[in-house]
Design a protein around this ligand. Structure first.
Ligand SMILES: Nc1ncnc2c1ncn2[C@@H]1O[C@H](COP(=O)(O)OP(=O)(O)OP(=O)(O)O)[C@@H](O)[C@H]1O
Ligand SMILES: [Mg+2]
Length: 382
């Protein structure tokens, strides 16, 4: 079924085609082209144009003539038809070009999208790393804050302990040595005014008092810094200390040590001595123990000291809280050991005793396990 436009265009097409067959003029071709554009603008397609062409040929009675006609007529009809179709062709080409350009554009956009996606992934990764670093930094800051806080706490405790120690020494010097010396000077005054017969007894009293004062001063000196440690070494110093400690407290102490311990440096030796001192003091103060074993052994190039008691022990997790209450013993031991690159462990088994273990590196090569050489001569007691 033909609509108005098709009918109108068919009539025009027939007219123009006849004119062109009669005389092949460019001007007619231009009009054929115009007709094609009009058809396209009117919404007709290539098939409609083919139908218009066929109808025109039939209407004009050209079809039969065309079949038998010479090739010039055939060429003219062909040229006319192609000209009428050329707007469609142009549009199709334009469409194709636009399509190709669009394809390129899509590809470019895809590439850009891909690059963008990579950039986004990269940034996400960087963000993740940054977040991890930030949280690590927070952790470190928190650690450093805690360390600072601990340090402040330690400093306060050290000052407190120093003050307490000074007070103790001052009191003991005043009460013990001071009073003994005062008594001695009173005895000397009496000697001056006493009759000649009583002189010997008074002198004996004075000598006893002076001897007493001398022993006390020696004890002080030994507690503050045992000279024997520098002169004879760690093992004799410890043995002497443990001896006096056992006598003073009634604890049953066994001491075994390897001679290799004497290869340690001065700092390491005083560290072991002070750890033993504090551990023993703790046993006497807190443990309610009967026996203590102090062992120094050598193994794998290291020197190890164990102090083990059979007392009631304590809950190790409370040690931190205890540390906040001006307690410096355990913290001080750990700190001393850390300063000489050693390791400190405390094994607290409530009801079954406490074990303190210190392991120190030794510059001089020392023997393998079980190289304990010295056993206290003073038998079971030390
Ligand atoms: N051998 C032990 N047996 C039982 N409890 C112990 C022993 N050693 C330590 N403790 C417990 O651990 C706490 C902390 O010991 P630490 O040596 O740090 O402090 P302190 O002895 O109380 O005081 P300071 O040593 O500062 O004079 C003690 O108060 C005690 O409760
Ligand atoms: Mg203590």
């Amino acid at each position: 079924m033909m609509n108005n436009l098709t009918r109108k265009l068919t009539g025009r097409y027939s007219t123009l085609l006849c004119r062109y067959i009669a005389k092949t003029q460019e001007e007619v071709l231009a009009q054929a082209n115009g007709l094609g554009r009009a058809a396209m603008t009117g919404g007709l397609g290539v098939l409609d144009m083919a139908r218009i062409h066929q109808t025109s040929m039939a209407q004009l009675g050209c079809l039969a003539e065309f079949r038998q006609s010479r090739s010039a007529v055939k060429r003219a009809v062909e040229t006319f038809l192609l000209e009428a179709l050329s707007p469609f062709e142009m549009t199709y080409r334009g469409f194709q070009e636009t399509n190709t350009r669009l394809q390129h554009l899509i590809k470019d956009t895809e590439k850009t999208n891909l690059a963008l996606q990579r950039e986004v992934d990269k940034r996400k990764q960087t963000e993740k790393i940054l977040r991890a670093r930030e949280s690590r930094m927070h952790e470190l800051l928190e650690q450093s804050r805690k360390l600072q806080e601990n340090l402040r706490q330690y400093s306060k405790q050290i000052l407190y302990i120093q003050e307490t120690e000074r007070r103790r020494i001052s009191r003991e010097l005043h009460d013990d040595v001071g009073q003994t010396l005062t008594a001695a000077s009173i005895v000397f005054e009496n000697i001056v005014s006493s009759p000649p017969g009583t002189l010997e007894a008074s002198l004996k009293d004075a000598r006893a008092l002076l001897q007493d004062a001398t022993v006390k001063v020696h004890d002080f000196a030994r507690d503050l810094r045992p000279a024997i440690l520098d002169e004879l070494g760690l093992i004799p110093a410890l043995r002497s200390y443990l001896d006096r400690f056992a006598a003073r407290t009634g604890l049953h102490i066994t001491f075994r040590a390897t001679q290799h311990a004497e290869a340690l440096g001065d700092d390491e030796k005083i560290t072991l001595f002070r750890v033993a001192q504090e551990s023993l003091t703790n046993v006497a103060k807190h443990a309610h123990a009967h026996t203590v074993q102090v062992t120094i052994s050598a193994s794998g190039g290291r020197i190890r000291m164990d102090v083990r008691d059979d007392g009631r022990s304590f809950h190790a997790q409370n040690a931190d809280q205890v540390a906040k209450k001006h307690r410096l013993g355990l913290l001080g031991m750990q700190e001393r050991v850390r300063l000489v690159n050693g390791s400190f462990t405390l094994l607290a088994r409530p009801g079954k005793g406490t074990q303190i273990r210190v392991t120190l590196p030794c510059q001089v090569p020392v023997g393998g396990p079980g190289s304990i050489k010295i056993k206290s001569k003073s038998g079971a007691q030390i």
